[in-house]
Design a protein around this ligand. Structure first.
Ligand code: CA
Length: 253
């Protein structure tokens, strides 16, 4: 099995009163999640935590990763877990009308040996740094991203646009909950970043890549990213999970 080192950090930022983001790192399942909740009062917090917990327990119910279970089936498992989480949030809203409108974005990485699956809904993102190449692995489900794709806005205009927070898909939201799934190959030396938009609206991709490339611990990278987002204004909750793939682990063979 690959040896993997991961760390996460979530911060309320400089202008919000509550932190509606959350993250989860499960080294046994090799599951990593970032969620960014939305809803009135403190219900965003409820939605993001509920969704993350539901995904973790659904993946756990399928057992630990094994070579036999690698590949597409693990990706399908992650998508199925998102669907379970969606139903869980909708169920809570049905039981308590005060919760109407609560929902959450979600981005998850489920690692196998030498491969992984990235699933997401909304505008929380996954990036990968592989040697010199820093790559965005997800496409935001936002109105501004649609404008970029259509050629009406540049990436930089989208990053600071007043409507940048309008998501077109969310877990727990109304309408269809469609998950984007992306299989990835995994190599020693890869660094993956999962983050909420509180990071990516404050910092450019170049700035994020600089932090991710530093020769420091994953915990230090997380602290640096959160510090940078807050130094830039910290307009939103900011959450990061950094996963460093270090190579074969002989003890897990
Ligand atoms: Ca946010």
């Amino acid at each position: 099995m690959l040896r993997v080192c991961a760390s996460g950090m979530s911060d309320v930022g400089r202008s919000r009163r509550h932190n509606e983001d959350c993250f989860e790192i499960d080294p046994e399942l090799r599951l990593y999640l970032v969620a960014d909740g939305m809803g009135g009062h403190r219900f965003g917090e409820v939605a993001s935590r509920m969704a993350v917990t539901a995904i973790q327990s659904h993946v756990r119910s399928a057992g630990e990763p094994s070579p036999e279970a690698a590949g597409g089936r693990r990706g399908d498992l992650l998508v199925a877990a998102f669907a379970v989480a969606h139903e869980r949030v909708l169920g809570a809203i049905q039981r308590d009308a005060d919760l109407t409108g609560m929902g959450t974005t979600l981005v998850g990485l489920l690692l196998d040996d030498w491969s992984g699956s990235i699933a997401h809904v909304g505008d929380s993102r996954a990036y990968r740094l592989r040697q010199e190449r820093f790559e965005l692995l997800t496409q935001d489900h936002t109105w501004v991203h649609e404008q970029v794709a259509a050629g009406y806005l540049s990436e930089e205009q989208a990053r600071v646009h007043p409507l940048k927070n309008v998501v077109t898909r969310a877990l727990g939201g109304e309408g269809e909950m469609r998950v984007d799934l992306r299989p990835v190959d995994v190599r020693p030396g890869d660094r993956y970043l999962l983050c909420s938009d509180g990071l990516t609206t404050m910092l450019t991709d170049e700035e994020i890549a600089g932090r991710l490339a530093a020769s420091v611990s994953v915990a230090e990278i997380c602290r640096g990213l959160v510090t940078d987002a807050n130094a830039r204004g910290g307009h939103d909750n900011v959450t990061v999970v950094v996963i460093a793939v270090e190579g074969e682990d002989p003890e897990r063979e």
